[in-house]
Ligand binder design. Structure first.
Ligand code: ZN
Length: 270
């Protein structure tokens, strides 16, 4: 059973912007009388009308889980966790949380940290909420105004996910930390050369730093790069976990290793 008081403590009404509070069993509401049902699985969906984006499918989630739970990306999770210096009791938003893998790594870095797993995919949010009693769940669209209270979180995570820098800034408390993970041009290059995955444009980190400049001061930049040995299962899972999975003609590559290469960036909200 979801803790509706804790869940609502993150949230504001997507219709009017007022704080949401529990008003009934599995119902959140605002002072204007808007009501939002909480799913019995313990998350709330506050998707705005007309959202045209689609969340990851169950197949994509399975593929992502297989990669992450194998430990293949654990150096990235370690770097994300190390980049945070959270106080006890900190509140962390993971935007595009997927199944909550990186959020769980961050929750473990300080006592009594709570997290909000936000994703477009109800299936992903369900898995994230189930995975830890410290994680609340929200189905929402990063591209739209976020149904989150202003200056209510200590940290925002954005790992391989869409970024809404102005909305992240609004929900961060002053001095709060934004962590962004973006791929480098050589990330999984051997898989992409074989046609199994879509091309990633040139290094994204500089673009993120430039876009963030008005609202955030850069704190740290770490290049995480390592060679990953591939077996058939991991090859298929890597090809199936990202946006390329939507292209049904993606064939698994035959290369037996690939390079993981990402930038882990942290910023503080000005
Ligand atoms: Zn309202």
């Amino acid at each position: 059973m979801a803790d509706l008081t804790r869940l609502s403590s993150w949230l504001r009404c997507p219709a009017c912007g007022r704080d949401l509070e529990p008003v009934d069993r599995l119902v959140l509401g605002c002072a204007e009388g808007h009501r939002h049902d909480v799913n019995k699985r313990g998350y709330v969906s506050l998707l705005g009308a007309g959202s045209k984006h689609f969340g990851d499918s169950a197949d994509m989630l399975d593929a992502r889980d297989a990669v992450l739970e194998s430990g293949a990306y654990s150096p990235i999770a370690d770097a994300v966790a190390a980049a945070e210096a959270l106080p006890a009791g900190a509140r962390v938003l993971d935007a595009g949380a997927g199944t909550g893998h990186y959020l769980r790594a961050v929750l473990a870095t300080a006592p009594e940290v709570t997290g909000l797993a936000m994703d477009l995919s109800p299936a992903a949010v369900t898995r994230a909420v189930r995975s830890s009693p410290s994680i609340d769940g929200l189905v929402a669209d990063t591209w739209r105004p976020l149904p989150l209270r202003s200056q209510s979180v200590d940290a925002v995570l954005d790992v391989f996910a869409p970024r809404n820098l102005s909305e992240f800034h609004r929900v961060l408390r002053p001095g709060g930390v934004l962590t962004v993970v973006v791929p480098r041009a050589d990330h999984l290059a051997s898989l992409r050369e074989s046609g199994a995955m879509l091309d990633i444009p040139a290094d994204k980190a500089d673009d993120v730093i430039a876009a963030a400049k008005a609202l955030y001061a850069p704190l740290t930049r770490e290049h995480v790069r390592f060679v990953l040995a591939l077996d058939d299962a991991l090859r298929l899972a890597l090809a199936g976990m990202g946006p390329s999975a939507r292209h049904a003609d993606a064939a698994p590559a035959t290369t037996d290793e690939t390079t993981v290469s990402v930038d882990v960036l942290t910023f503080t909200a000005r």
